[in-house]
Design a protein around this ligand. Structure first.
Ligand code: SF4
Ligand code: SF4
Length: 473
């Protein structure tokens, strides 16, 4: 099959020969200073790069040029996202799984892990625990299982989550990370009011993909790779892509990721809403030594920076797999969303029992509570944001993309971050975090450039202090 960015076929839009040729081209030109500088000049216009150009930046090893890559990534992050960092938490519904993914402890043959599926009453308890931490945005996670986690169970769970209002708490946006499914099921998810549909490709390398997924429906590379096309056809216009770095060579998967973004933009006029950059880490029954392609912190940082430059309009997400140190570095140069106070077990928030811990998908490197992470972000000069405004205001798909590409979304992100941070400090923050947040809000509200927006934001902040909630731009 030949490369075709708008094709419906996985092996045409993620074309193996095109990736190999791109990697060979990048290897041959990585010392070509003039070319790298030319690409950096193009990237400085903040309109993104092609997968070939991005591959050259990823391969470039000159230290001064690498510094320019990091500086540009920082500049782009600041322009499109400002200093807000959106917070979310994963919620694991069920870890029953029929697939055989060799890197995941939920794989069907693992007998040493506790299997659990939350009932609606248990979901309610989890959601209350998450609301009591201050979370407003969740990412639902579930293994693939036709009996234990059919689509109706997922839909019922979403309804339960949105219905729970505990004290001033509310989950206002539910993103969903479930197995590749049909157009009809994607339509149902859209109707249930989900935010982003997230599905990781794991690796774009077909042969390795098949070796890593020996059994179960996920072993069908084309069906998995074409999932976002079906999601778009089902009306979900915010999709989140990602690979699990370390399963395959990072350069190959990085190019695949860029080509997937180009494909969605070319075929649907809307690129990915988010890109997640998880990397392989230890877990029950999984040794990282089994994965010789596991990447270092330095390479991880470079991947984040080049992604930021190549697709400026796409949010970048990291999880608590990352250590505090690694998170700090990548927040500056590109990451716009992080999880906080996360549990990767089924039922881990309400009752963190040993049984629940034994149902975890991966080990968490950053063990801090949400309040500690909020406090730390404030110390670093970021504004922790619990904003969920866009999809609730109908800013999804191409509407969202035109706002972010023009840089206008920052006019919403900044006041929304302050308003939602104010809610957090009123309802959930420790004294220490509260006093830092108060200072941050006072300082940042004055920086809002539009006088009308500034005036409304100040009024909203006052009204939140008086007990009102849920304002948004
Ligand atoms: Fe199941 Fe997903 Fe784990 Fe694979 S990665 S075993 S599909 S839960
Ligand atoms: Fe995200 Fe939209 Fe809120 Fe900005 S305004 S933080 S893009 S939901």
């Amino acid at each position: 099959m030949t490369y075709n960015v708008t094709s419906e076929k996985a092996e045409a839009f993620i074309n193996h020969s095109e990736i190999e040729n791109t990697l060979a081209y990048a290897e041959a030109h990585k010392h070509d200073r003039q070319l790298v500088e030319h690409i950096l000049e193009k990237a400085a216009q903040h309109k993104g790069l092609s997968h070939r150009e991005a591959a050259i930046l990823l391969a470039c090893e000159e230290s001064d040029l690498t510094q320019r890559i990091f500086d540009l990534a920082k500049e782009i992050k600041q322009k499109f996202y400002g200093n807000r960092i959106v917070m979310f938490a994963p919620l694991y519904l069920s870890n029953y799984c029929v697939n055989g993914c060799t890197y995941c402890p939920y794989h069907a043959k693992n007998k040493s892990i506790s299997r659990k599926k939350l009932s609606q009453t248990e979901i309610e308890k989890e959601v209350i625990a998450l609301q009591d931490m201050g979370h407003k945005r969740l990412a639902l996670e579930a293994g693939e299982h036709p009996q234990h986690a059919p689509i109706d169970y997922i839909l019922e769970s979403i309804e339960t989550i949105y219905s729970i209002k505990h004290k001033n708490g509310a989950i206002r946006r539910v993103n969903v990370n479930i197995a590749a499914t049909t157009v009809e099921n994607y339509r149902k998810l859209k109707e249930a009011g989900i935010g982003t549909y997230i599905l990781f490709q794991e690796t774009y390398h077909k042969e390795n993909y098949e070796a890593l997924h020996p059994t179960g429906p996920k072993s069908n590379y084309a069906y998995h790779t074409e999932a976002m096309d079906r999601a778009m056809e089902g009306g979900i216009d915010d999709v989140g892509i990602g690979v699990l770095f370390g399963l395959n060579t990072y350069k190959y998967d990085f190019v695949g990721l860029m080509m997937h973004a180009e494909h969605l933009e070319a075929r649907f006029g809307v690129g990915p809403h988010t890109i997640s950059v998880p990397r392989i880490c230890p877990a029950d029954d999984i040794e990282t030594t089994d994965f010789p392609n596991a990447i270092s912190d330095a390479i991880f940082k470079r991947i984040v920076a080049v992604t930021r430059i190549a697709v400026p309009y796409t949010g970048i997400i990291i999880s608590t797999r990352e250590s505090e140190k690694s998170r700090k570095e990548v927040l500056e140069i590109g990451v716009s969303q992080i999880s906080g106070g996360s549990k990767t077990s089924v039922g881990g928030y309400a009752e963190p029992t040993p049984d629940a811990e034994n149902s975890a998908q991966f080990d968490i490197s950053d063990q801090r509570t949400l309040d500690e992470i909020v406090s730390w972000l404030l110390d670093l000069g970021h504004v922790p944001s619990f904003c969920t405004a866009c999809y609730r205001m109908g800013r999804t798909g191409d509407r969202f993309m035109s706002l972010i590409k023009s840089g206008q979304i920052a006019n919403c992100c900044a006041p929304n971050s302050l308003i939602t941070l104010k809610e957090y400090l009123m309802d959930y923050a420790s004294d220490n975090t509260r006093s830092k947040a108060v200072k941050m809000i006072e300082q940042e509200v004055e920086k809002i450039p539009n006088p009308k927006v500034k005036e409304i934001a100040k009024r909203n902040l006052q009204e939140i202090a008086e007990g009102k909630r849920d304002f948004r731009f």
